[in-house]
Design a protein around this ligand. Structure first.
Ligand code: AHR
Length: 505
C-alpha cells in the first residue's frame, strides 16, 4: 500500500509574489556556450547574424527573463573594449579562466541582439578581478548613457544609438575563490565593490547591484565573507549572490536528492547574515538574494581537468558538457521548489548555464540539431506555470532514511497562484526511491477552480539520459489526480516530478 501525505494551501497564506527573474539563466564565454552554441555562422539553422534560430526557440520555450553575461570566472580578466567595434579589428586573447582562445567575434552588441531575440534582458557582470572602478564606470557609460560623452559616443559610433539601459549589474564574480583571477580578501573586495557601486550610481542611479557572496557554503570564509562584504556595501547594493552546484559523487541517490535541504539551509544562513548586518547598521532596507548560479554539475569534471592540463589553446573547447540524467532532473525540480519557497527573499536566480555548458539545451558538435536535456523540463514547467504568488505549503509528509542527511521528507511541494490567469499549480517531487505516496491537498479556498492536468516526469531508470536522437526523459500527462469537494488526491509515483494544474472555471 502507498504511503500518504497531506498538504493544505490557502490563497491568503502567501509567501510572496514570485519575481519572474528567478527563472533567469546564464551564458558565459566558456566552452561551447557562445561559439558553437548560441552562435554558429554557416549552420543551416542560423540567422543572418550567425545565431542558431532553433536554440533561440528553445530558450523562448524556457521563457528566460534575464541572462547573466559574460561570466562567471571568465569575467575576472575580461576587457570589454575588446568585444566592441568592428569585428575584424577585435583582438584575439588568451582566456585564462578556462584556458581557451577568445576571438571576440561575439561581444556586447552581438550578445544584446541575441538576448533581445530570445526575449531576455541582460544581467551584466563586471571585471573586479583584474580591473576596477574606472573601467566599470566606462562600461556603464558606454552601455547606458544617452550620448555626448567619450564612451556613449563610442557606442553610437559602433552603430547603437539608443542606450542599452542594462539595469542589473554584478559586482564581479566569486571573488572569495582562490581560483578567481584577481581573487581578493573579504575586506579588499568589500571596499572595491563599495566604491565601484558608489561611482557607478553617480552615472546611472537607476541601476541595481548584485554583490558577491560566497562561492558556496563550503567555503572556509562562509558566512564571515557575507558579513564583512555587506558591512562595506549594504547601502549601495540590492542583492547578495549565492552559488551552488551539486553532484551525485558517492552514487547514493537518496542523499543526492536530499541536497535540496542543503540549499534551503544555505539560503537561511545567508538571510540570517543579511539581517544581522541590517540590524548592525540600524538599516530599514532589506537585502534580497540573487541565486545567480545553481544547478547540478559533476559529470564532466574529469574532462574539464583534462582540457586544462593536456590540450593546446583552442576556441570553444567542449568542456563542462554534463549530460544530465533523470535523477538530475529530480534534483533540479527540488531546487526550484526551494527557490519558490524562499521567494520572499530570493528575487533573482540563474540556472547555470543555458547552452552546452552545464545546460538544459545542447547543440551537436558537427552542425547537428539542438536538443533538450532532462533538466530542461522541470525548469520549463516552473517558468511556465510558476509565475504569480507562492503559497505557504503546510505539508505533513512521511519520511525515509538517508545515509548522510538522516530522515528526510518523501514529498517536497509548493503551490503558485496566478490570480490574473486564474491558475493554481502545485509542483511536487516524491523523492522516495522505493515507495509511491498518495498526496491529499486541501484546496477549499480555491472555489470555482477545477483540475486541468497532472503532468509527470518519471523513468524506471534513474540514470536515463536524453540525446539528439532520443528523448528518453520527457513529460507526459497522467490520470492520477482526482478532485472531490475541494480535496485533491494525487498519486505521486516513487522518484517523480509532478505538476498538478488547476484552472478557474
Ligand atoms: O558556471 C561555471 C563556473 O562556475 C562559473 O564560471 C563560476 O562562476 C563558477 O565557479
Amino acid at each position: 500500500m502507498a504511503k500518504s501525505a497531506k498538504m493544505m494551501i490557502d490563497k491568503s497564506f502567501q509567501i510572496s509574489k514570485v519575481d519572474d527573474r528567478i527563472y533567469s539563466s546564464f551564458i558565459e564565454h566558456l566552452g561551447r556556450a557562445v561559439y558553437d552554441g548560441i552562435y554558429q555562422p554557416g549552420h543551416p539553422l542560423s540567422n543572418e547574424d550567425g545565431f542558431r534560430k532553433d536554440v533561440i526557440e528553445l530558450v523562448k520555450e524556457l521563457n528566460v527573463p534575464m541572462v547573466r553575461y559574460p561570466g562567471g570566472n571568465f569575467v575576472s580578466n575580461f576587457y570589454w573594449e575588446d568585444s566592441v567595434g568592428p569585428v575584424e579589428q577585435r583582438p584575439h586573447r588568451l582566456e585564462l579562466a578556462w584556458r581557451s582562445l577568445e576571438k571576440n567575434e561575439v561581444g556586447l552588441h552581438e550578445f544584446s541582439k541575441w538576448a533581445k531575440a530570445a526575449g531576455s534582458d541582460v544581467m551584466m557582470a563586471l571585471n573586479l578581478g583584474t580591473r576596477g572602478i574606472s573601467d566599470a564606470c566606462n562600461l556603464l557609460e558606454y552601455c547606458n548613457h544617452p550620448g555626448g560623452t567619450k564612451y556613449s559616443d563610442l557606442r553610437i559610433s559602433h552603430g547603437q544609438k539608443e542606450p542599452y539601459g542594462f539595469k542589473t549589474w554584478c559586482l564581479g564574480n566569486e571573488m572569495d575563490g582562490p581560483w578567481q583571477i584577481g581573487h581578493k580578501t573579504m575586506d579588499e573586495y568589500g571596499r572595491l565593490a563599495e566604491e565601484t557601486a558608489k561611482a557607478m550610481k553617480l552615472i546611472d542611479p537607476s541601476i541595481e547591484f548584485v554583490v558577491c557572496g560566497s562561492s558556496n557554503q563550503e567555503m572556509p570564509t562562509f558566512p564571515q565573507w557575507e558579513n564583512r562584504v555587506l558591512t562595506h556595501t549594504y547601502d549601495y547594493v540590492d542583492y547578495l549572490s549565492l552559488h551552488t552546484y551539486y553532484g551525485n559523487r558517492s552514487g547514493n541517490t537518496g542523499d543526492f536528492l536530499a541536497k535540496s535541504n542543503d540549499m534551503d539551509d544555505f539560503i537561511h544562513t545567508v538571510i540570517a547574515t543579511c539581517d544581522y548586518v541590517k540590524a548592525k547598521k540600524r538599516s530599514r532596507k532589506n537585502m534580497y538574494l540573487s541565486f545567480d548560479e545553481w544547478n547540478v554539475w559533476y559529470h564532466s569534471n574529469a574532462t574539464e581537468d583534462d582540457y586544462r592540463e593536456n590540450h593546446p589553446w583552442e576556441v570553444a573547447p567542449p568542456i563542462l558538457e554534463d549530460i544530465y540524467n533523470f535523477e538530475d532532473a529530480l534534483l533540479v525540480g527540488l531546487m526550484l521548489i526551494v527557490l519558490l519557497r524562499n521567494s520572499d527573499r530570493v528575487k533573482v536566480a540563474c540556472l547555470a548555464q543555458l547552452v552546452n555548458v552545464i545546460a538544459p539545451i545542447m547543440t551537436d558538435r558537427n552542425g547537428g540539431p539542438s536538443w533538450k536535456q532532462t533538466i530542461f523540463y522541470p525548469f520549463m514547467h516552473a517558468s511556465k506555470y510558476g509565475r504569480g504568488t507562492a503559497l505557504l505549503p503546510v505539508i505533513d509528509s512521511p519520511v525515509h532514511a538517508t545515509k548522510d542527511h538522516g530522515e528526510v521528507t518523501d514529498v517536497e511541494a509548493i503551490a503558485v497562484h496566478n490570480e490574473e490567469k486564474g491558475e493554481v499549480t502545485i509542483f511536487a517531487v516524491n523523492r522516495n526511491l522505493e515507495e509511491d505516496v498518495v498526496l491529499t491537498t486541501d484546496i477549499r479556498s480555491f472555489e470555482g477552480y477545477q483540475l486541468a492536468e497532472h503532468i509527470v516526469l518519471e523513468n524506471d531508470d534513474l540514470k536515463a539520459e536524453n540525446s539528439a536522437e532520443k528523448q528518453k526523459v520527457a513529460p507526459v500527462s497522467v490520470d492520477r489526480t482526482t478532485m472531490d469537494g475541494g480535496i485533491l488526491t494525487s498519486m505521486l509515483h516513487k522518484a517523480s516530478w509532478n505538476v498538478i494544474r488547476l484552472v478557474r472555471r
